[in-house]
Design a protein around this ligand. Structure first.
Ligand code: FAD
Length: 420
């Protein structure tokens, strides 16, 4: 069968492109995707220093940091774009980069957020002013722009992005890991020295056989949408409805959450008699598996602002547990800035494996504060610094001298705990 349109269809295409009628597209711009030499192959082998699994809030930052620090880096993302909850979930209001009148988290995450706001003509909060309510200093970003800028930064850092792919097995081998991956039309075998698991549910950690924790009851997910009269996606504050029982464990449970969320939006739309202006493509998930790390951050560590000996990043947010009766955030006491230790990013007993993001080793209440985006970004950068230095030193993240991690993080704009 030929790919060329039939003469009749060609005439229709020409007339629809050249002489738009009514609601036809106003203009067409042509771009060419570069041809891939291995496009026809199903089986691919890849050798890298650092494999980041999950290109979400934490993973994007981890990959950029690893690439900028000179590691050959591959980023696997099962979805179609970078950003995770920040973009696909629609939680495009990262918090919190500041505490008590000063910035406590910066680095690559902040760079990306700041550039997204500036390019979009938006306004950044004044961090020198302590807000009346914590959420007032969240930074609203245009999710679409954020996702594209993230890709640009990955490309500049030399990071290879593989969308629609996920690992199916991880096996420890001499000097690292062998990871089998699947995507549609692709089977990839990756050899890497370090893995950074940024899947939000510690999926690689589970696959590698290390311990994870999760309570029977988890916080609801949310479906984010906008009902209204005029379409201006990306600018409006999105509405959200809780999807209780939303579970990000696998394709079946995510499918169920998406179906439930969309059905409820449709019911609301019919009831309110409004137009559907915007709907995120996937439910946003708050809570899933967390690792059991070398250190487990407790709620007392968190609310007490414990400065861990091996702290690599700051965090800041109220304890924020969403339940069936809603959420009542518990603000931190004035002056409190919790920290994240390297040992809470390392699965207990593991080698050459580190996590970043909301699956950080922490009890449930501590996690409800730690899971926010600026903290996840800070963790992503710190985990990547440890992983890259482990590659360079032929060791494992936990054994990298802390001073070296701190130096690398400072060189890349991060704020070190206790030094804000
Ligand atoms: C409704 C809602 C409201 C929130 N409100 C706020 C707020 O006001 N302020 C704030 O800062 N934070 C807020 N948060 C929290 C915050 O958005 C998330 O906790 C945080 O973004 C999680 O980041 P992450 O990198 O750990 O995970 P994610 O951003 O979820 O990234 C995980 C990525 O991994 C990919 N992935 C998963 N499994 C695989 C696999 N096996 N292979 C390949 N890729 C995989 C996913 O597709 C995704 O891209 C909210 C969260 C929700 C759900």
């Amino acid at each position: 069968m030929s790919d060329s349109p039939s003469p009749g269809r060609r005439r229709f295409l020409q007339s629809s492109l050249l002489a738009p009628v009514g609601a036809a597209l106003a203009s067409t711009t042509h771009v060419e995707a570069s041809a891939l030499p291995d496009a026809g192959k199903a089986d691919i082998s890849t050798d890298v220093d650092v494999l980041v699994v999950g290109g979400g809030t934490a993973g994007t930052i981890a990959a950029i940091q690893a690439g900028r620090a000179g590691a050959k880096t591959l980023l696997l993302e099962r979805g179609a774009q970078l950003g995770g909850m920040t973009t696909t979930g629609g939680v495009a209001f990262p918090g919190l980069f500041d505490a008590w009148g000063k910035q406590v988290i910066a680095g690559i995450g902040w760079e990306l957020v700041k550039e997204s706001v500036e390019l979009d003509g938006g306004k950044l909060p004044n961090f020198a002013k302590v807000p009346q309510r914590h959420w007032m200093n969240q930074v609203h970003v245009n999710q679409f722009l954020y996702a594209i800028l993230a890709e640009e930064k990955c490309a500049k850092a030399g990071v290879t992005i593989c969308y629609y792919e996920f690992p199916t097995s991880v096996t420890p081998v001499d000097g690292g890991w062998q990871v089998e991956c699947t995507g549609f039309g692709t089977r990839r075998q990756i050899r890497c020295k370090q893995i950074i698991d940024c899947t939000g549910g510690a999926e690689v950690v589970g696959m590698a056989g290390f311990e994870r924790m999760r309570e029977d009851e988890t916080q609801p997910g949310s479906m984010l949408f906008h009902l209204g009269e005029a379409n201006d996606p990306g600018r409006h504050q999105l509405h959200q409805l809780y999807v209780h029982g939303a579970d990000s464990t696998n394709s079946r449970t995510v499918t169920q959450a998406n179906l439930t969320g969309r059905k409820s939006v449709l019911e609301k739309l019919r009831k309110d008699k409004k137009r559907l202006m915007h709907l995120q493509p996937e439910a946003a998930f708050r809570e899933s598996f967390r690792i059991v790390g070398e250190t487990v951050i407790t709620v007392n560590d968190y609310t007490g602002g414990r400065l861990f000996d091996d702290a690599v990043s700051n965090a800041f947010y109220p304890v924020d547990l969403h339940t069936k009766s809603g959420v009542k955030p518990k603000p931190l006491k004035p002056g409190t800035v919790p920290t994240i230790p390297l040992s809470a990013l390392v699965p207990k007993g593991s080698r050459n494996l580190i996590v970043a993001g909301r699956s950080v080793s922490s009890d449930r209440l501590a996690n409800s504060g730690l899971r926010v985006q600026a903290s996840c970004m800070g963790m992503g950068q710190a985990a990547a610094a440890a992983a890259v230095l482990a590659v360079k030193g032929g060791t494992t993240p936990l054994k990298v001298p802390l001073d070296d991690i701190h130096r690398l993080l400072s060189d890349h704009g991060a704020i070190l705990p206790g030094k804000a």
